[in-house]
Design a binder for this molecule. Sequence first.
Ligand SMILES: [Zn+2]
Ligand SMILES: [Zn+2]
Length: 52
Amino acid sequence: MDNQHYICAGGCGGEADEPGVCKSEACPDRNKPFKECGCADRKHNAADKKEN
Ligand SMILES: [Zn+2]
Ligand SMILES: [Zn+2]
């Protein structure tokens, strides 16, 4: 449970320990809520971003 954190799904790499919105001006998901993540290695493997 201690691993719970929040990440931006827009690809800017933003993350926080508390719920919030992205504040990166260059991010396509700016002002959108962070997504919950519970990874232990900070790699955010559960994120649904695709790298092609
Ligand atoms: Zn972002
Ligand atoms: Zn994570």
